[in-house]
Design a protein around this ligand. Structure first.
Ligand code: DOR
Ligand code: ZN
Length: 346
């Protein structure tokens, strides 16, 4: 039985760091586990221009401890009016690593998102030309479409025509939750990949309603039925280079989660890597963990893999309980709060 596991230092290919006081509290959890992270741009107001991304990157860098080895990889938030030439400069200056497409009103702070992807064709052409990934929140926004079907309908109605119109465009279907997404990515060419979160590997939709309503398990895309969770686990451990790690850690104050209309988002940064390791262990696939966590992502983004290593040991750990954002009085509830986990990052 494997008791310790040493792998190339991993990266988080989908992360919400927020800003200011909240960022100061959540960033150290990511820095402790990952060498790089793709930072989501859905601040309020969003990170739209290259100038916005440069400024946000500076604010992140100023929060990283001096001796820590961590690189934030910045994204721009795509709007109907995004200037393709601004992005072209940001890409060539290596400020922008990827561009994020939120369908307008699909999720947290997405009101400025894209109303019709055809309005962004000039930007998509620049991304295709410069080999820059388009990161997609894959849910349709028509409220008449059942919330559990929105990802599948997105593939049929938006992602398929978009990827056919731009056949060489690199696309990451973010935080996939369905077997249909696994199949789509598996069957399409190498330029379409997907990230998978820790929470979608361990909960199905029943968990959100176990014994009552559990707002801290509410995120978008929402967890689906068990057959989908099993398909995600199979994809993650398959070694297929199109699937890689993206936590989608998305902190919100407890007061915003436990509310009349609670926010979507699961804060998993404190023990993301331990949860992933546990999943790979349960699937008897620890030999595939490094590919998912540390190799497939850089390979897709055309970046070098990290130099360092990280070691996990099967000596157990516990997810922190409530975390205080002391300067504001807000509190955060980590995913799996207070639960015992098999693995520990050492
Ligand atoms: O659950 C989610 N939370 N899904 C998203 O797409 C956004 C995120 C957030 O920013 O809170
Ligand atoms: Zn996200």
């Amino acid at each position: 039985m494997i008791e310790t596991l040493s792998i190339t230092k991993p990266d988080d290919w989908h992360l919400h760091l927020r800003d200011e006081n909240l960022m100061r509290v959540v960033l150290p959890y990511t820095v402790a586990q990952f060498a790089r992270a793709i930072v989501m741009p859905n601040l309020s107001p969003p990170v739209v221009t290259v100038e916005d991304a440069r400024a946000y990157r500076q604010r992140i860098l100023s929060c990283i401890p001096e001796n820590a080895d961590f690189t934030p990889l910045m994204t721009a938030y795509l709007t109907d009016d995004t200037d393709p030439e601004d992005l072209r400069v940001g890409i060539s200056d290596e400020v922008i690593s990827a561009v994020k497409m939120y369908p307008a009103n699909a999720t947290t702070n997405s009101a400025h998102g894209v109303t019709n992807w055809r309005k962004t064709e000039r930007v998509l052409a620049v991304l295709e030309e410069t080999n820059t990934p388009l990161l997609v929140h894959g849910e349709v926004t028509d409220q008449d479409v059942d919330i559990f079907d929105r990802e599948k309908v997105f593939i049929d109605e938006i992602l398929s025509p978009l990827s056919e119109a731009f056949p060489k465009l690199k696309i990451v279907l973010e935080h996939i939750t369905t077997k249909e997404s696994v199949d789509f990515v598996t069957e399409t060419g190498r330029n379409i990949a997907a990230t998978i979160t820790p929470h979608h590997l361990v909960i199905n939709r029943n968990e959100i309603f176990r014994g009552g309503i559990r707002p801290h398990l509410y995120c978008l895309p929402i967890a689906k039925r068990e057959k989908h969770r099993l398909a995600l686990r199979a994809a993650a451990v398959s070694g297929n280079e199109c699937f890689f790690l993206g936590t989608d850690s998305a902190p919100h104050p407890i007061s915003a989660k436990e509310a009349e209309c609670g926010c979507a988002g699961i804060f998993n940064a404190p023990t993301a890597l331990e949860i992933y390791a546990q999943v790979f262990d349960e699937e008897n696939a620890l030999d595939q963990f490094e590919k998912f966590a540390s190799l497939n992502g850089p390979n897709f983004y055309n970046l070098p893999v990290n130099d360092g290593k990280i070691t996990l040991s099967k000596q157990g750990s516990e997810t922190p309980d409530i975390i205080e954002v002391s300067s504001t009085g807000d509190q955060l509830m980590p995913f799996f709060s207070g639960k015992k986990l098999a693995w520990r990052v050492i």
